[in-house]
Design a protein around this ligand. Structure first.
Ligand SMILES: Nc1nc2c(ncn2[C@@H]2O[C@H](COP(=O)(O)OP(=O)(O)OP(=O)(O)O)[C@@H](O)[C@H]2O)c(=O)[nH]1
Length: 380
């Protein structure tokens, strides 16, 4: 099966992610290799290119903020959480389209922490990375990175993203039409050059960068040296299109790295997660069975003769048949599961079998525990 690489574009607000995506899109269209585009930024107003999957089609950022009384970042995170509940559908679509597309481009919110450090961001990233060779493109606003302290802050940020996602990363120095990125490349390859720039800034700033800050920067630059070894660095101008070919070459080399280094790690982690989940399910099943035995000996199994069951007793109906079309229903569905599993009506042997079947099925089907929900929601 053909597996198009997924390029996830991350970067600070205003670094030029959207313009970069637009440039990649135009470049690939020109080469007659149209990409598949996913927008994960719920707050973006105008996207200057066609998207195939857009988070804004499934969640309304403004309404989410209003409904849950949230600020801008909370709103983005909640939108991502709601979107993450649909990740199975997204993966289904991508897998269906995979044979006909050259690359998948994913735009992410400028508030990086909302995506990279949120549970939903991790779910989306893991889902993509476990199905397709996935590469991160970290976009840097070059003209704003010319001082040693902003350069270092940006690199530490990139390092923490690499540490969190554990995916191959390409550092993209953008806006090189306005500022050449040679200085940054030199700082990344020549430790002495960075030290010299540090000293120069110390002198210029009348020693404000000296003392504690100076020695901290020195130590961090030594630590970052190791981080730089794992990166590919390219300079581009999303405005003019310069450097885009080199970027795609870097993507190809990172895809090889993904296959060699990251995929085995991901497989290992997935197997460990599954084994843990299976053990957990077996434990839950044992407990459920024990509960059911107790329940079967109770009055639910056979009503005592002197207890009259009223003719209007409601039928056992675990959940409403409504499909989970919106967030409220998703939440309500989850609450209902708990209610029903505790209501003591488990003495019914056919229900016992069905719950057991569903729990096993859950382990086989998906990683997000939705099959059990589907089972409960399914009309019968
Ligand atoms: N000179 C120059 N300007 C650029 C380049 N790329 C982007 N810009 C400008 O940088 C600004 C921000 O670009 P966007 O693409 O909106 O940045 P973004 O990272 O998507 O911004 P958020 O969505 O807010 O996170 C815009 O004014 C762009 O025109 C470039 O290569 N050269």
């Amino acid at each position: 099966m053909s597996q198009p690489p997924v390029i996830m574009v991350v970067g600070m607000a205003g670094s030029g992610k959207t313009t970069f995506m637009q440039r990649l899109n135009a470049h690939l269209h020109q080469k007659k290799e149209p990409p598949y585009i996913v927008n994960l930024d719920p707050a973006v107003k105008n996207v200057p290119f066609d998207r195939h999957i857009d988070i804004r089609d499934s969640v309304n950022y403004k309404q989410v903020m209003k409904q849950y009384n949230l600020g801008p970042n909370g709103g983005i995170m909640t939108c991502l959480n709601l979107f993450a509940t649909k990740i199975d559908q997204v993966m289904g679509i991508l897998e269906k389209r995979a044979p006909t597309i050259s690359r998948v481009l994913v735009d992410t919110p400028g508030q990086i922490e909302c995506f990279v450090w949120s549970a939903s961001g991790a779910i989306v990233t893991d889902a993509l990375a476990s199905a397709f060779p996935t590469v991160l493109a970290y976009i840097i606003d070059t003209p704003r990175t010319t001082s040693t302290s902003t350069f270092m802050s940006n690199m530490l940020y990139a390092c923490s993203i690499l540490y969190k996602t554990k995916l191959p990363m390409i550092i993209v120095f953008n806006k090189t039409d306005a500022q050449d990125a040679l200085f940054a490349k030199e700082w990344m390859t020549d430790f002495e050059a960075f030290q010299a720039a540090l000293r120069k800034e110390e002198e210029k700033e009348d020693g404000s960068n000296s003392g504690y800050m100076g020695s901290l920067m020195n130590s961090m630059s030594l630590m970052l040296d190791e981080f730089y070894n794992h990166l590919d660095v390219v300079s581009v101008s999303s405005m003019t299109g310069a450097g885009i070919d080199e970027f795609f070459k870097a993507v190809d080399s990172k895809v090889e790295e993904y296959k060699k280094d990251y995929l085995p790690e991901l497989e290992k982690a997935r197997k460990e997660r599954e084994a843990k989940k299976m053990a957990n399910q077996n434990e839950q099943l044992d407990r459920l069975m024990a509960d059911m035995n107790v329940a079967s000996e109770s009055s639910w199994k056979k009503p005592k003769k002197d207890i009259k069951v009223p003719a209007s007793e409601p039928e056992i109906d675990t959940l409403s048949d409504a499909a989970d079309s919106d967030s409220d229903e998703i939440m309500e569905g989850e609450a209902d599961v708990e209610d029903d599993t505790n209501d003591g009506r488990m003495g019914n042997p056919s229900l016992t079998d069905r719950y057991e079947q569903a729990l096993h099925k859950e382990g086989q089907e998906d990683a997000h525990g939705e099959s059990f929900m589907r089972y409960l929601n399914a009309p019968r």
